[in-house]
Design a protein around this ligand. Structure first.
Ligand SMILES: Cc1cc2nc3c(=O)[nH]c(=O)nc-3n(C[C@H](O)[C@H](O)[C@H](O)COP(=O)(O)O)c2cc1C
Length: 356
């Protein structure tokens, strides 16, 4: 009998959502979760922007905001891990309750508001933990403090502090829970931000690839603008998408009208559509990480066919458990083989011209 859905999940789901998350993270921090068996399929190995991935399924930002459980997470079967969002100064985030499960919808709503222990602490954890981790690309996701008026300056601090240690850096302009943050996606603001970030990165010894993470609540013109800025400013990669502020009508969860960002199954197709448009608008030249509602190998495969070079998961960790990435990667290997692809890179974008 699988332990997670039958024993661990019911116990965790009996607790308030944020308490359950903190307990799970504490268990991972103490290395309580046994390592997953290594996945070694040639069809899953991929190389993006000079980074080598044993499989394309990564952990999305927000699960471990302060990189406290990095070593244990690195042994669960993920192809890569992203930590943060970290802001220059520590901050508490919004008042509780601020995290809600919608089990009927396989979804989560959060309005955490970048609760984290700040850049200095993140850097220390990240550097220490790296030495104990199983090797895989490690990303750092950066944001701004709620009170900071000059947003760009906060991102510069993030890039400056993390360029030497992170394998890649994600500029997060898409969380719905920091007032004004998503306005940074508007073209002139985005140009200014990305220009400054790329400039700062050029001066850094480490020169990690820079990714930009966008919201699913963008229209076609917004996506074209993002693509144009990404191309003009030679941003290395894109992440599509963060959580949505929209609420599909079919949601049945009791807590579905809570304020915040919705993730999980209801986000899946919405985020895949954004990914597809972004892939088309960038002519497939900029690697994209697809995230939103990936629970199974077929979900990952769909995003890859729509244009994702890599995928990430968060909600699947809650609903499927700590080995979700491993299961998804194995299922993906099956789907690739079934369609005759010898490597995941061959499947990237094959459906990008198809509508729907
Ligand atoms: C509780 C929670 C906290 C999150 N925090 C962050 C964050 O700090 N930074 C970020 O870029 N995304 C954050 N996200 C968004 C996820 O990284 C991901 O983009 C989103 O959940 C969609 O993926 P999923 O459907 O697999 O959960 C958070 C998501 C959840 C559920």
């Amino acid at each position: 009998m699988p332990i997670y859905p039958h024993i661990i999940r019911p116990l965790l789901f009996a607790l308030e959502a944020e308490t359950a998350h903190n307990i799970a993270l504490a268990g991972l921090k103490k290395n309580f979760v046994p390592a997953g068996r290594l996945i070694s399929y040639d069809s899953l190995k991929t190389n993006i922007l000079g980074m080598e991935f044993t499989n394309p399924v990564g952990l999305a930002a927000g699960f471990d905001k302060d990189a406290v459980a990095l070593p244990n997470l690195s042994r669960l079967g993920f192809g890569f891990l992203e930590f943060g969002t970290v802001t220059p100064k520590p901050q508490k985030g919004n008042s509780q309750p601020r995290l809600f499960r919608l089990p009927e919808d396989m979804a989560i709503i959060n309005r955490l508001g970048f609760n984290n222990d700040g850049l200095k602490n993140f850097l220390r954890n990240f550097e220490e933990a790296k030495k104990l981790a199983q090797s895989c690309p490690l990303g750092a996701n950066i944001g701004k403090n709620k009170e900071t008026e000059d947003s760009v300056s906060d991102y510069i601090l993030g890039v400056r502090a993390l360029s030497d240690v992170a394998d890649y850096i994600t500029v997060n302009v898409s969380s719905p829970n920091t007032p004004g943050l998503r306005d940074l996606q508007v073209k002139p603001n985005l140009e200014k931000l990305v220009g400054s970030v790329m400039n700062e990165r050029e001066g850094s010894y480490g020169k990690p690839p820079i990714f930009l993470k966008i919201a699913p609540d963008l229209d076609e013109q917004d996506i074209r603008d993002v693509a144009e800025v990404a191309k003009d400013m030679q941003i290395d990669g894109l992440i599509a998408t963060n959580t949505t502020i929209s609420r599909p009508k079919y949601l049945t969860g009791r807590l579905s009208q809570e304020r915040g960002g919705l993730s999980g199954a209801p986000l899946r197709d919405m985020s895949t559509q954004i990914l597809k448009s972004l892939y088309r608008s960038t002519e497939g030249k900029i690697p994209i990480i697809g995230v939103g509602g990936v629970f199974k190998g077929t979900d990952a495969y769909q995003k890859i066919r729509a244009g994702a070079s890599l995928v990430q998961i968060y909600s699947a960790m809650i609903y499927r458990g700590p080995y979700a990435a491993r299961h998804i990667a194995l299922e993906l290997a099956g789907a690739l083989a079934e369609d005759g692809f010898s490597n995941v890179a061959e499947a990237v974008g094959v459906d990008s011209d198809k509508t729907g």
